[in-house]
Design a protein around this ligand. Structure first.
Ligand code: FAD
Length: 301
């Protein structure tokens, strides 16, 4: 590891931060340090960095906007890769849009709407990056990434850059192949359709308004904590079990939306994990339903 760190520091791989606290890089504002946080400035640096890590057999973790991650209190060993500004790009070609892996998914929906292109209205309230959305098959309001993705450019762990078509990504509810076969999404191409600018803007506004009324967006959180079990809504089960407002340390089941856990100020990952376990256990006892987290727990336990 020391050898890799010194090569990262002396070579041209982007910005290197050692022992960097990760809480500020997540929407939950929780998480210990990364041994190394590396932000390559462009695709070439990213490619070279991944090849270097492959040569030294050092593991890496990609961090998007950190809006679906619970980073443990001990933090992440090895290298955390954050995509830099060079992958924060957008380009329209007819009815398709090419977006860099670091581009904001919310901004993408707004930009598509301005172009009069429909298909991304569901993304208006999903505060991650394009790469994170492709990885998670992010979705809302009856749609998700799998419905509009044409293909993604993916950097494999050995440094090879490949194109993966939508059908290659084994999409299912909040699932993609990337969750079992790691790769870094550097660009995604979405197929949209011509629509009416005013109607698209109205749909985006209605979705936003609904979220503002029903989700604790002014609090540090990571969206829905649990996946919806087959035939159920996780939020309804948690609310019916009387768990709104349940707290462990600084973590609280949101009184506004039962499937959100909010950081009331000083929550640790340990607080959130304990609360998750309590909610799971009570819902299981009360309704016999096994809740499975949608948020990803990342880092040393
Ligand atoms: P991160 O949280 O940073 O990472 C998530 C996973 O993606 C990690 O495994 C990471 O390694 C991987 N990843 C990140 N970038 C890349 C990349 N470039 N290439 C490969 N892998 C990558 N989600 C929904 O689906 N629907 C919703 O309606 C929704 N609402 C939300 C509301 C709020 C207020 C919040 C805070 C979150 C919400 N989320 C929702 C969750 C979250 O925004 C999505 O899961 C989002 O897609 C995660 O993107 P990210 O960039 O933040 O990924």
């Amino acid at each position: 590891m020391q050898q890799v760190i010194s090569e990262l520091l002396t070579g041209s791989y982007g910005e290197v931060r050692l022992n960097e606290p990760l809480a500020p890089y997540t929407t939950w504002k929780i998480g210990g340090p990364a041994d190394v946080l590396l932000t390559p400035h462009d695709k070439v640096q990213l490619l070279e960095a991944v090849k270097l890590l492959h040569r030294h057999q050092i593991g890496w973790t990609v961090l998007g906007r950190g809006s679906n991650m619970l980073i443990t209190d001990k933090g992440i060993r090895g290298i955390v890769l954050k995509l830099g500004d060079a992958l924060d790009t957008i380009r329209f070609e007819g009815d398709t849009v090419y977006a860099g892996g670091a581009y904001s998914f919310i901004k993408l929906s707004v930009m598509a709407g301005k172009e009069g292109l429909t298909g991304l209205e569901f993304a208006g309230g999903i505060p991650g990056t394009v790469g994170g959305a492709v990885y998670m098959n992010a979705g809302a309001h009856g749609s998700d990434v799998s419905r509009i993705l044409l293909q993604a450019e993916v950097l494999l762990p050995d440094g090879e850059l490949v194109i993966m078509k939508q059908a290659d990504l084994a999409y299912a509810y909040r699932h993609s192949l990337l969750q079992s076969q790691p790769g870094i999404v550097t660009e995604a191409v979405f197929q949209l359709a011509q629509g009416d600018r005013k109607e698209i803007a109205a749909a985006l506004a209605a979705n936003k308004d609904r979220r503002l009324r029903t989700q604790p967006l002014q609090m540090a959180c990571a969206g829905s904590v649990f996946r919806n079990p087959e035939g159920h809504f996780a939020a309804k089960l948690i609310e019916a079990a009387g768990l709104k407002g349940l707290r462990v340390g600084g973590a609280e089941v949101s009184p506004l939306h039962a499937n959100f856990i909010v950081n009331t100020g000083q929550a640790s990952a340990h607080d959130v994990l304990s609360l998750i376990e309590q909610v799971k256990s009570i819902v299981k006892q009360t309704y016999g339903v096994e809740l499975v987290p949608e948020v990803l727990v990342v880092g040393e336990r």
